[in-house]
Structures are given as C-alpha cells and as structure tokens.
Design a protein around this ligand. Sequence first.
Ligand SMILES: C[S@@+](CC[C@H](N)C(=O)[O-])C[C@H]1O[C@@H](n2cnc3c(N)ncnc32)[C@H](O)[C@@H]1O
Length: 229
Amino acid sequence: MKLYILTLFPEMFSNIVDRSILKRAQAANLISIETINIRNFANGKHKKVDDKPYGGGPGMVLKVDVVFNALESVLKLSKEKPYVILLAASGKKYDQKMASTLSKKKTLVIIAGHYEGVDARIEEYVDEIISIGDYVLTGGEIPALVLVDSITRLIPGTINPSSPQDESFQKGQLEHPQYTRPEVFMGKPVPKVLLSGNHEEIKIWRDRENLKRTKKYRPDLLKQKKKLR
Ligand SMILES: C[S@@+](CC[C@H](N)C(=O)[O-])C[C@H]1O[C@@H](n2cnc3c(N)ncnc32)[C@H](O)[C@@H]1O
C-alpha cells in the first residue's frame, strides 16, 4: 500500500512511523508512508495557507486552493486513483471495520486539517470524511497516525497472521485479559487454566472472558451484534 499524508506538520510523524511495527512494515515493503507538506503548495511570498472564515467567527480556515494543489500533486504521482480521506471531527466515526476496509486499498491519501478545519469545498474531492471520536483535537496529525497505525497492522504480513483476528473489535467483542510472567504478582496468581497447557480449556476460558469483558465495558457491541444477526 502507498499512503500519503497531507499535513502542515510533517515533522510530527517520523517519531511514530519510523519505529516498531510501522518501521518493519515499511522495511518489508508492505506499506510506504509519505508525508506531503501542504505549505509547499501555497502561493505568494508569505506562503499563506489559511485565511479568516467567511461570515466571521474565530480562528482561521485552511485554504481550499492550497489543499487542492497538495492533493493534486499526489494524484499526479499515482497510476490509479487513490482513496482520499479527509479528517474532521464531524466525519463518520472510525472503527475496526473501517480500518479493515481501508487496509485493502492500494493507495490512500489522508488530509489532516488544522486551525478551524479545511474550507468545506475540499469535500468534493474526497471519498470519505472520518472522525476518530466525539471530541475535537487541535489538528489532524494525531488522527492520521491513528489511521496509519490501525490500518498497517491489518496488512497481511505486518504482524503474526492470527493476532488481528483474535483482537478486540474484530469479532464484535473485546479481547480476553492477557497475562505473562511472573506467575504470582503481589499475591495475585495468573488464572490456573492458562498454565494447564490444555488448549481446548484455554479457548473456552478465553471465549468466556471475551464475553464477560464485553458485557462489562462495551455492552453496546453485543447489542450491535444481535442486530446484525
Ligand atoms: C481544531 S480542529 C477543527 C474543529 C472544527 N472547527 C469543528 O468544530 O469540527 C482542526 C482539525 O483537527 C482535525 N480533527 C480534530 N478533531 C478530530 C477528530 N475527532 N477526528 C478527526 N480529525 C479531527 C481535523 O482535521 C480538523 O480539521
């Protein structure tokens, strides 16, 4: 997959995308992640990327012509039409299912807004508007990293093939609790069944714990599952 991030702050990305699993996925050519500085597409001596909102109000709005030029530069680079995402608090709420769908795309472009957001006319050129949750962040850089990380780990070959299937949300419920050494910590032992070596028993225990956790922390997931049946 080729992934481009249009941002005013490309320097915010390297510390995350050049480490751990994301670094390995890029080294293995499973994904290439490139940041494009929106400011490079601004015109004039002052390279102005934002302006006051029409109709008045606080803050500044990212100029549509500047963001469009940045987007067009990526479209010119790509043989096939990339799938373009705009990040906005007002977008569709992101979840694991969306991550899974996006992980199958060949080329993705993520537009990270800033200030009061991007001039709404950019929406004509995007395929989807995504929000990472019902809260407002300063900019789209952290949401972009959320997408990049969650998508990359679902690209086959990135992590152990069985792990994404067993993880939280993949089957509409949460994952069971996990334990490692020491066997006893501050008097609290690891559940006995996990030490038994009996894989069938362990599976039954894990399935039961998945359900218990989901009921406790995210009963909404179980209701959704019921509706889908
Ligand atoms: C300060 S926010 C703009 C908020 C906007 N005025 C509003 O009320 O919806 C600036 C940028 O941060 C990003 N952003 C903020 N919250 C987000 C969220 N929950 N999900 C995705 N992107 C978000 C978007 O790219 C947005 O353009």
